[in-house]
Design a protein around this ligand. Sequence first.
Ligand code: FAD
Length: 403
Amino acid sequence: TPTVVIVGAGHAGGTLAGMLRQQKFDGRIVLCGDETHPPYHRPPLSKKYADDEFVQWLKPEAFYADNHIETLLGDPVVGIDRDARTATTASGTVLEYTTLVLATGAAPRTLTLPGSDLEGVLSLRTLADATLLRDAVHTGSALAIIGGGYVGLEVAASARARGCEVTVIEREDRVLARVASPELSSVLTEFHRDRGTRIITGAEVREISGTDGRVNGVALGDGTEIPCDMVLVGVGAIPNDALARESGLECLAGIVVDGSARTSDPHVLAIGDVTYRLHDTLGKMVRLESIPSAVEQAKQAVAVIMEAPLPPHEVPWFWSDQFDLKMKMAGMVGPDTRAVLRGNPSESSFALFHLNTDGIPVAVETVNAAAEFMAGKKFISNRTKIDPAALADPVISLREAVL
Ligand code: FAD
C-alpha cells in the first residue's frame, strides 16, 4: 500500500493528514510528532494564554482513529534513509514510506546572553510554554519581553489586560521592524503605550540578571535596569531542518521547496514553517511562518500525492489580535512602496495600502477593517491599479477607486 509518513504533528502535518483522507487517499498515513499532544492551534498561545482558552485542538480527539490516521506522538523521527525510503523514530520504529512529508516547523531562537538559562526565562511555541506563561502572569507581576515582534506584542497585550507590568525591549528602532510598515509600527507602539506598556526601542540587552537561579531583571547596554519576575524571549524562530540537512536535501534558510511543496528528492515533500521557497506573488525567496501558508502548502502536497491539479497560489497573509485590535495583513511592504491610509487610526479602524511605483497595491495592513482587507488582498492578487486619492477617501467606495 502507498504510505505517507508525515514528520511533525503540527498545523501543517495535521492539516495534511486530514485533507488526504477528505480527498479519499486510501493508503496508509502515519503522523509522527515529538510533542506528546495531537496537533493544536498555536495562535491562541500568545493571544489567549491568560484566559485558559488557549488549548484548541486542530481536530477532535477521535478524528485520527476514525480516519485511520496512525499517530506516533512523543517519539521524534531521528533519521531518514532516502535510499531505503525509511524514517526511524527515537524509540527505534522504522517506517517505510512512498512519500515522506517533512512538516517539522520551527523552534524559538534562543539568546546566548549571560542569564539566558535562569529560571523564569521563557520562550513561546508549545502548549507547555503557554502554561508556564499563564501561571506567571498576574496582577502585580512584572514581565519583560525581549523582542517586539507579533508574538511579543500579543503577549504584551494579554499580560497588560491581566494587570501585569510589561516592558517590551526591541533592538531595532521600531517594533515589528521586519514584518510591518513604519506607519503600522508607530500606531501600534502608541496604542500599547497608551495602555501602560513600556516599549523601549533601539535597545541592546546586555544581560539577564537573577538571584538563586531565578530571573529578577534585564540590564540594557546603556545601563538601564528593568526589574522583572519573568522574561519572555520572542526573537524569532529557526527552521527545524536538521533531519533534512543530515539526509542531504537541499536547504538554505529552511528546506528548499518549489511551488508544489517538492524538495530536491521526488519522494520527499516539505510544508509549513520549515520551508523556504520562491514565492511568485512576492517575487522572492521566503520562509513564511503563518497558518495560511502552512495550509496552502498542505493543499499542494495533497495535489502532488493524489496526482491532482495544483491549487492556485495565494497571496500570503497573516493575522494578529492585540487588545481589541483585529489585524490582518497581506502581501509584503517593500522599500519603494508608498503607504496610503484609509480610515482613522485614532478610532482603531483603518487600512494601510502599500502601492508600488506603478500604483498597484503589493501589501495591505488592516486594523478592524475586514472589507478593506478582502479588497486589498484581491487588488494584490489581480495586480489592480488604484487611484491613491480615492483610496484615501473612505467616502469613495473601494470599487470606485479602481483605475
Ligand atoms: P508547527 O505547528 O510548529 O509544527 C511542527 C511540529 O513538528 C511540532 O510539533 C514539532 O515539535 C514537530 N517536530 C519537529 N521536529 C520533529 C521530528 N524530528 N519528529 C517529529 N516531530 C517533529 N500564524 C498565523 O497565521 N497567525 C497567528 O496569529 C499566529 N500566531 C502565532 C502565535 C504563536 C505563539 C506561535 C508560536 C506561532 C503563531 N503563528 C501564527 C504561526 C503558526 O502557528 C505557524 O505558522 C504554524 O504552526 C506552522 O505550522 P507547522 O506545522 O509548519 O509547524
